[in-house]
Design a protein around this ligand. Structure first.
Ligand code: COA
Length: 383
């Protein structure tokens, strides 16, 4: 028998130990208090084996907000810290914990839940689909030059960590409000600013480049490359200014970054071959808890009307003037798809035509054009 219940403080040392074991993290015990302060234990469950009381599972969520196309910010529980002891795998412990969490999230009134996944085949069965992607790029800094006219005089400045604190938080909040697919970072600022050695994964302390409308953070990694962790610009001018400053980081042959696939860096350069995409990774996974509320929360770039079945439940979705009305209906659907497929459309990560070519939905595809967006969504913060 497995008992699932809300975590309490006495569970915390075992929760931490299990997480370290499950993910092979090199965290030290000294990390425990700082990490503890990122979590609200009321939002966590533990699974214990009733035969001996052993802790065999942990799962929980951060109370995040998610920006959707049009700028609305939804409460979006960010499911996290998911692990099951190796002695108790494939017995349904994860399923029981997620069922409990999702029931709580529905009761809180959340329209969606989100997570980042350790493996690509775990979460679709629980209703999650890939909702944001990112390209890992390598930039040959010595050959990468911005096209004329070069931005300048440059307003970006290298700033020490202490001086960057408040401005980075303020810029991130502005960027989150303006960027579909991004989540809030409030729980994580203390850990972010502490920048402890164990959280650097072999890299240097975090360095900052700040502009009035954007920022870059980077570390020098173990291969002596400048690894950009944040590239967040609110305007095209800020982006050009920050990139010109990054490309001025003499010494480094190579700069790495994770960028949305529609990022204009290649088009900004004289030699587009200075940028190579080395990987494309799923970032945010999203599950619908309340389809009508979620679909009404975003805006649409064109109007339309369709009956869309999601996991077999038909909804009439009517978009007029860019805003949607969505209601359950008895009408026959014109398009049918799963929740995970809709997750790909919802924030704009995947074009309807791509899903059509992949055979991911049944029915008439033209009506799905309303989901098209002009920008790729971007997660911005790992959790
Ligand atoms: C992933 C993990 C949490 C699964 O826990 P579990 O209790 O064994 O999972 P369950 O028995 O509840 O499995 C539920 C379903 O998910 C499937 N599943 C579980 N782990 C899977 C995996 N790694 N890959 C693919 N499918 C998986 C099961 O086959 C089962 O499918 P079914 O219901 O369709 O038959 C566990 O293996 C683990 O702790 N892994 C290491 C840490 C980790 O990766 N955590 C996820 C962080 S995002």
């Amino acid at each position: 028998m497995i008992e699932i219940r809300t975590a309490v403080e006495a569970d915390w040392p075992e929760m931490f130990a299990q997480d370290v074991r499950a993910f092979g993290s090199p965290f030290e015990t000294e990390a425990r208090p700082l990490i503890r302060r990122t979590l609200d234990l009321d939002r966590f469950v533990v699974a214990r084996d009733s035969s001996d009381g052993a802790l065999v599972g942990v799962a929980g969520s951060f109370a995040l907000t998610l920006t959707v196309p049009g700028g609305a910010q939804l409460d979006a529980p960010g499911v996290t810290w998911v692990s099951v002891a190796p002695s108790h795998r494939r017995l349904g412990v994860l399923r029981s914990m997620l069922d409990e969490l999702h029931a709580r999230h529905r009761a809180e009134g959340a329209a969606v839940a989100v997570l980042t996944a350790s493996e690509g085949t775990i979460y679709e069965r629980f209703g999650y689909g890939v909702a944001t992607l990112v390209d890992e790029v390598t930039i040959a800094r010595r050959t990468a030059r911005l096209r004329d006219p070069l931005p300048g005089p440059l307003r970006s400045r290298a700033v020490e960590a202490d001086a960057a604190r408040e401005r980075v938080e303020e810029l991130y909040r502005r960027w989150h409000a303006a960027t579909p697919g991004s989540v809030s970072a409030e729980q994580f600022w203390e850990l972010f600013h502490a920048d402890p050695e164990w959280a650097r994964w072999g890299g240097s302390a975090r360095r900052y480049l700040l502009h009035p409308d954007g920022f870059v953070t980077y570390r020098v990694d173990e291969k002596d490359r400048a690894q950009l962790d944040d590239v967040k610009a609110l305007t095209d001018d800020a982006a050009a200014d920050l990139w010109q400053t990054v490309l001025g980081l003499d010494i480094f042959d190579v700069v790495t970054a994770d960028l949305p696939s529609d990022h204009p860096l290649r088009e900004m350069l004289v030699d587009p071959r200075s940028v190579k995409t080395t990987d494309r990774k799923d970032r945010l996974w999203l599950k619908f808890l309340d389809v009508p509320a979620a679909l009404e929360a975003r805006t649409y770039e064109s109007d339309g009307d369709l009956v869309l079945a999601v996991d077999g439940v038909p909804y009439r979705l009517t978009v007029s003037g860019g805003t949607a009305r969505c209601r359950a209906t008895e009408e026959a659907p014109s398009v049918s798809m799963t929740g995970p497929t809709l997750a790909g459309l919802y924030l704009g990560a995947t074009a309807p035509s791509t899903l059509d070519r992949a055979g991911r939905f049944a029915g008439e595809s033209t009506a799905l054009r309303i989901f098209s967006t002009s920008r790729q969504p971007e997660l911005g913060t790992s959790f």
